[in-house]
Design a protein around this ligand. Structure first.
Ligand SMILES: [Zn+2]
Length: 146
């Protein structure tokens, strides 16, 4: 699956990362789209979370309300996104606590608290394989900027 990612949603994502993380803390966002058009990403969602320079923790009450909203509005989470202080990669924690473990689910990581240029430079993408494990994949094979 190659998702169509609107440029303004990528820009909004960087903006949320910068505003929330202030160049000092990690942040998470989720890219969401309708089940009726599964290749389309229509919204970036910023979960209620705590954060530190080396991690973040999504509020569990917020998350259960969000699952309810997704079901009601027939939306799905396509990609989880978060920042790292330095290089973008998938840490052991990132591998261990995904929001979803469905094969094909994507995890997008942005380096340096998203303080660099808006785009895919230096970013990292991992995809859940059929065995339920994250594997690095080429970004442009799975995300098309539109
Ligand atoms: Zn945040």
């Amino acid at each position: 699956m190659r998702y169509r990612l609107p440029r303004d949603i990528l820009a909004q994502t960087f903006d949320l990362f910068r505003t929330c993380g202030r160049g000092r803390c990690e942040c998470q966002t989720l890219w969401v789209g309708p089940w009726s058009d599964p290749q389309r990403i229509t919204e970036v969602v910023h979960p209620l979370h705590s954060a530190s320079p080396v991690g973040f923790d999504v509020d569990s009450d917020w998350l259960s309300e969000f699952w309810t909203r997704l079901a009601k509005e027939e939306l799905g989470i396509r990609v989880q996104c978060h920042t790292h202080p330095g290089a973008a990669y998938h840490s052991a924690t990132d591998d261990a606590v995904p929001i979803l473990k469905t094969p094909g689910f994507l995890s997008f990581v942005v380096p340096r608290f998203a303080t660099g240029a808006i785009g895919f430079d230096g970013a990292f993408l991992a995809r859940v394989d059929d065995a339920g494990r994250f594997r690095e994949v080429p970004i442009t094979d799975h995300l098309e900027l539109v």
